[in-house]
Design a protein around this ligand. Structure first.
Ligand code: ADP
Ligand code: MG
Length: 365
């Protein structure tokens, strides 16, 4: 059977899902609010509409054999409607759980993954109580719709409380958590079907201004810590009854790791898998969706992925002078300094080698 995969969201993650679907002989239909979204150049069909437009979602579901999502903030009510009516191999639970940072962290702890300390914050008294309990430095985060560092405030002293007040005045739901002085960050991407669970090699993630800048794979981590992380993450998926793709972002300090957040969709830190592994996150997700057997991912060589934001465009030519580079641009019409416009993956490149190229080529950020 030739499947038509329906994808909610037409950004770069959807675009790469479509690219891989094509290679597997599948067709794709995408729902996105913008007629020139990244998927518009590759999807077989594009429905232009809002993510909470029930009629458009219904059209998407009716035209596709199965549904998936690359956008995390689909309205809960809309999701429930879809779930009752159409085939969503991944279900909607991981998406609902990931949409609220409080629920997400409670859920991680419940299923065996440690987090840093956090408090639910709705009023100024809640905030003061949290500060008293956890101590500075802290991070305030809105519970819903945060991404790429949006909706976050770092609190270093009482002076910073005023920066949170606008959120409290708007009656935003929020949490406050310990700001961990971690050694580094990493992420683990898994895909679980009814009889398989695969994971992609773990890389180190470096963020700049709360946005992913670089993933360098493999991460330099104590073997026993890495084994424990993979085991606990797989157990988490099973215990929470999640299927499909799930990325967990971790903070690592010494031999301890802390769940930061999760995403039940392909992940930016997994773009390296396209050229860095024998198979990639988009291809294996597509195979999961149509019920095909998945392949165990293997890293082919040390690989580094660099995100290209608007602010990086001035360095693009130099960045392409580093050998074995593979450029992916997302065909976005509007360029903004902090908007993700593309990425470059380098085969055979470690973080140290990348940094020395940066110096040699005079790449200034
Ligand atoms: P999002 O990716 O949804 O914007 P995150 O919670 O992942 O939100 O935060 C973005 C980045 O901010 C993280 O990758 C990390 O670099 C930093 N950060 C977030 N929470 C903490 C924390 N508790 N301690 C230290 N750094 C943090
Ligand atoms: Mg994050």
């Amino acid at each position: 059977m030739s499947y038509n995969i329906g994808i909610i969201g037409g950004g770069q993650l959807g675009m790469m899902m479509c690219e891989e679907a094509k290679k597997l002989g599948l067709t794709t239909i995408v729902l996105d609010p913008s007629s020139d979204c990244p998927c518009s150049t590759i999807a077989d069909e594009l429905i232009v509409g809002q993510y909470n437009d029930l009629a458009k979602l219904d059209e998407l579901g009716s035209k596709a054999e199965l549904l998936s999502y690359e956008f995390e903030n689909v309205d809960g009510k809309a999701l429930e409607m879809l779930h009752g009516k159409f085939n969503i191999p991944q279900g909607i639970q991981p998406l609902l759980d990931s949409q609220d940072r409080l629920r997400e962290k409670d859920n991680a702890n419940k299923h065996g993954l440690p987090t840093v300390r956090y408090h639910n914050v709705f009023t100024l008294d809640d905030l003061k109580e949290a500060i008293k309990d956890i101590g500075y430095p802290l991070i305030y985060k809105t519970r819903r719709e945060g991404y790429d560092g949006h909706g976050q405030v770092v609190l270093k002293s009482d002076e910073d409380i005023k920066k949170v007040l606008p959120y409290l005045e708007e009656k935003a739901l929020g949490i406050v958590e310990e700001k961990l002085d971690f050694d580094y960050e990493c992420s683990l991407i898994m895909i679980r079907s009814h009889d398989q669970i695969i994971h992609f090699p773990v890389g180190r993630n470096i963020h700049k201004d709360g946005i992913l800048d670089i993933s360098a794979v493999p991460v330099k981590m104590e073997e026993s810590t890495l084994t424990e992380m993979i085991k606990r993450s797989e157990d988490f998926m099973k215990s929470a009854s999640y299927y499909g793709i799930l990325t967990i972002e971790y903070f690592v300090k010494g031999d301890k790791f802390y769940f930061n957040e999760m995403a039940p969709r392909p992940h930016n830190s997994g773009h390296y898998t396209i050229e860095g592994c024998n198979t990639n996150q988009f291809r294996e997700l597509d195979k999961f969706l149509i019920g095909e057997r998945m392949e165990e991912p293997v890293l082919l060589s040390p690989t580094l992925m660099k995100n290209i934001l608007g602010r990086d465009m001035k360095n693009l030519t130099k960045l392409q002078e580093i050998p074995a580079s593979h450029l992916h641009m997302y065909h976005k019409s509007e360029e903004r300094p902090l908007r993700k416009l593309g990425h470059i993956t380098y085969n055979n490149l470690t973080l140290d080698e990348y940094l020395s190229y940066k110096e040699k080529l005079n790449i200034e950020e």
